[in-house]
Ligand binder design. Structure first.
Ligand SMILES: [Zn+2]
Ligand SMILES: [Zn+2]
Length: 265
């Protein structure tokens, strides 16, 4: 299996290590992990279990390895490939429906074994993933990242609109009357808002909109966002609800789901 993110020189190690992870729990151990005796018998097939003929202890292929008790074993390869593809621990936890701690614990065990068996691959994997930590934006799932940028562009464009046709009489003789998107028509003398009828039509502090969206997308919890923007947490909760509704209205569903989910942490 070729992975585009792995350097050519490391492809072979990558495949070997992946293969190793995939069949960890079906590999016959060479000796008893407790007393090193080479004679033992199989006592169960599912899960594969052995009993040492000398010390009489039971063991499986993972006993005394960093992967001991890290079931299910197939998660290890999923996490390894996920990390190679620059997925966050959070995303992997979401996909495997487990805690972030369970993912980090397994990734550490994977790295530990990689360091002994494939030191060069380990060196690369380590820096590769370190890069992710320092670049929170590229770290987002691709669909979320794309929608995040497109959504911000759309909001920016709206906020910067200085000329708009009157929604009532189509006149171009209008003037912008707020920092947001409100205009006044000099012909029919009515005011109108480009965001009328949307969830954010009454939202104030437009100078903080983009920053808020960034904070919402890039992992921050309610309190951190509140502190950064000088809001109370109630306002943050309200803004999150309103912005997620706005995302849905414009069909930015991946983004909305991502931001909503973040709200529960
Ligand atoms: Zn033994
Ligand atoms: Zn008008």
């Amino acid at each position: 299996m070729q992975n585009d993110l792995v350097p050519q020189a490391l492809q072979a190690s990558f495949n070997q290590f992946l293969h190793y992870l995939e069949q960890l729990d079906s590999e016959l151990p060479a000796k008893c992990p407790y007393c090193k005796h080479r004679e033992f018998s199989q006592t169960r097939a599912m899960p594969l279990t052995f009993r040492c003929r000398k010390c009489a202890k039971y063991f499986n292929p993972l006993t005394k390895t960093p992967f001991n008790r890290l079931q299910p074993v197939r998660w290890l390869a999923v996490i390894f490939i996920g990390r190679v593809n620059l997925f966050t621990y959070q995303r992997l936890a979401d996909e495997l429906d487990c805690s972030v701690k369970m993912v980090t614990h397994r990734d550490r065990a994977v790295m530990h074994q990689m360091q002994t068996r494939f030191p060069q691959l380990y060196q690369w994997y380590f820096t590769h993933n370190d890069m992710v930590k320092n670049a929170p934006v590229s770290d987002l799932p691709k669909a979320v990242n794309t929608q995040h940028l497109a959504f911000k562009q759309k909001i920016t464009k709206l906020l910067m609109t200085s000329k708009a046709k009157c929604l009532y009489c189509n006149s171009k003789n209008t003037t912008k009357i707020s920092e947001r998107t409100a205009f006044y028509c000099r012909d029919c003398r009515r005011s109108f808002n480009l965001l009328a009828g949307t969830p954010i039509s009454r939202l104030r502090s437009a100078d903080k909109w983009l920053e808020f969206i960034d904070l919402l997308v890039t992992k921050h919890d309610q309190n951190t966002i509140a502190n950064k923007l000088g809001f109370d947490t109630g306002t943050v909760g309200n803004w999150r609800r309103v912005w997620c509704a706005m995302m849905r209205q414009w069909d930015f569903d991946h983004l909305a789901t991502w931001c909503q989910r973040r709200g529960s942490f």
